[in-house]
Design a binder for this molecule. Sequence first.
Ligand code: AGP
Length: 613
Amino acid sequence: MCGIIGYVGRQPALPILLGGLRRLEYRGYDSAGIALQEPRGQLTTVRAVGKVARLTEKVNAQLPPAAQVAAQTGIAHTRWATHGAPTEANAHPHAAAEGRLCLVHNGIIENYRSIRARLEAKGHVFLSETDTEALARLIGEHYQGDLRKAVGQALAQVEGAYGIAVLAVDQPGVLVVARKGSPLVLGLGDGETLVASDAAALVAHTRRVIYLDDGDIAVLTADSVDIRDRHDVIREREVAELGLTAGAVEKGGYAHFMLKEIYEQPESVRNALRGRLDAEHGTAVLAGMGTSSRDLAEIQRIILVGCGTSLHAGQVGEFAFEDLADLNAEVQQAAEFRYRNPLVGSHDLVLAISQSGETADTLAAVREAKAKGALVLGLVNVVGSTIARETGQGVFIHAGPEISVASTKAFTGQVAVLLLMALRLGRGRRLSLERGRALVAELARLPELIEQVLAQNDAIASVAARMATAEHAFFLGRGPMHPVALEGALKLKEISYVHAEGYHAAEMKHGPIALLTPGTPVVVLANRSPQLDKVWSNAEECKARGARIVAVVTAGQSADTIADDRIVIPDCDPLVATIPAAVALQLLAYHVARLRGCSIDQPRNLAKSVTVE
Ligand code: AGP
């Protein structure tokens, strides 16, 4: 996913655009670029491989101070490469019409090859490998002085997803933007208008925003916003008030956003639970589930779809729905769900789990489930996101902006809400008042349970120090701790580049144990649970082959004899324990990555939200 920001107003555009890019850099950071437009219309473009800091250096080296303040309009882009390597030639903005136009783009133009072939046959000489350049040149082909019209004509020939911003030399102070499948949000200021792919880039300038709909094309000037929908009908889109604060997108004194977000989890989980626990009736209050209790009682199966960490949260949810609500639940990787022609109907509840609410595979699963008549709910963090809007109902996790590419507080917020949902459905079925009240009490303790894990940060850092040189690691768990093992492995691999595998603890002896060599760290989720003895047996099998056992154990549990290192989590219901256990593994991964000198908030090859298939 890429980051886009545009500005048209009466201030120098350059610092606003560079500041916005820094807010968006977590979305992708292979390369970056900027186009500045002076009041007379001329465009100046600077592009750089690497992070935004490198672009800033080039701008300062290439643009004289007068030029840096003259431009009051501009667009900028930070790229996560999809077509073409991270090179300067492939960086955005891309120019067209002999330099009279330039464009930045987030998404994928799926039919770009045929567009490119048509244009090359007409004599175009492409300068990059990107799909974006094909779109820019197509707009240039249609451009005869009316930029909105040219954009509309070109987009009518395009298949795929786009969020774009376009400038033209002979239309100074005019920014044309359009979206389909990739988010764009407008910021309405006083005598200035902004556009960005993520509201985090706008919050320093305005809290009044408009979320464009798919198919919208908007013409922005310093004092006006003119939106037309896919049928070229003028639309007055709702102006929303951003719930973000500028501080929410700052590190706040932490070394990394990831550490800040790990430490925010007592509060973020408190936010997820706020107003939703009904101790008296031993249930959860979830207005966002939309449908009536009767409709929910008709649900015969729950299908949880998501990707990555959100998929792992869904796997914990699967246990919760079966255990608490006696409901048949299954998890499906969102991309697979879409292409398997799923057997889904009106008695199915499809839960789309997504932090960003923009993941293309999960969005596609939502659309497929709706087409097949299922009840579809979103379990999303970002308000106003595409999945939140297209499901139309669901439950927000209220975790606040998650900037670090590695998802932490979103996972614990998702699991907390899934437990609430399972409790809510369960109490409409066979779950007793007594067990419901006990679970409500446990859930209410979650912020305190997380605090107890955070208090062990130094101890966990010491365990990490004894793992930091390993090139391979295993994470083992049973029951709802199996997805926590998968999540712990994902955290370690995506920020420290250690090759980590998560397995069901019983699975090791069916092949993977062949990989063990003396000293390989094996992290075992050995918390209090009905299968604890079996987990220790699996750990023994690894220990017997020289593995180094790092055990996550429950406070007060009888001391074991085989763990080389222990991380203690507070005693609580095994379903609820998935959250403190996940926090422990987040800290473990963070410290290993820190000790290995990795780029923790922006790991190589990754982006925060994958808005392409
Ligand atoms: C998690 O640490 C990863 N960054 C990634 O797996 C992420 O969870 C996945 O891309 C899904 O994103 P979403 O929750 O925004 O849909």
